[in-house]
Design a binder for this molecule. Sequence first.
Ligand SMILES: [Zn+2]
Ligand SMILES: [Zn+2]
Length: 242
Amino acid sequence: MEKVAIDLHIHSLLSPCGQAEMTPNNIVNMALIKELDFIAVTDHNSAKNLPAIMAVAKELAKETEIGLCILPGIEVTTKEEAHILAYLPTLEAAMALDEIIYQHLPDVSNQKEIFGPQIIMDEHDQIIGEIDKLLISATDIGVEKLWQIVTDLGGILVPAHIDRKSYSIIASLGFIPLELDVKTCEVSKNQSFEKVLANFRFFKDYQFIHGSDAHQLEDIAERQYFLELPDMRRQTLIDYLG
Ligand SMILES: [Zn+2]
Ligand SMILES: [Zn+2]
């Protein structure tokens, strides 16, 4: 088994709340400096910076022979206003989910003076576009529907920051529906697994991971959250989580 350092919840500058420094190259290089093994960039309701992020990681892996694996992901806001991390086996699957989600976002334009810009970059950190619809809106996709869509794409769901009093599945629904065959839940970085278990006994049936939910570079996790995996393949991590 390999001890693998993870941070599976990072926002790029595509998320309106993500800082301008969260460019594809900066995120990947910071993850390398921090000696992480597996990261996921999970922007709000979009995967449009993943092509650049994955291209940067691939290029750096060639140059440095240091392996940094990227798990494609999106932090989806469901109709119930729950933040759910969707992890996909391939970039193509993530982009397919991105397209579905965009159609299910309300027709509300981003007011960038208030929320911040939603920037798409290429692998050289050049701006190639901006997203019009406000990405932090709730979609009209319910959690059970999201489950169907993501499992059809070969992916899995991990409810985000379940200990939070807003935008978590517990804050929105009060429980995790049994129809969702969820195996893993994410706990905020400053909260202990023990505390969550003490507050919610039913979580004893789930495994927990920590994620940084970083919106700026310094908040990306150090080598501090570990999983034991038989190998470093993306599918192995997905099988572990879901
Ligand atoms: Zn969130
Ligand atoms: Zn987040």
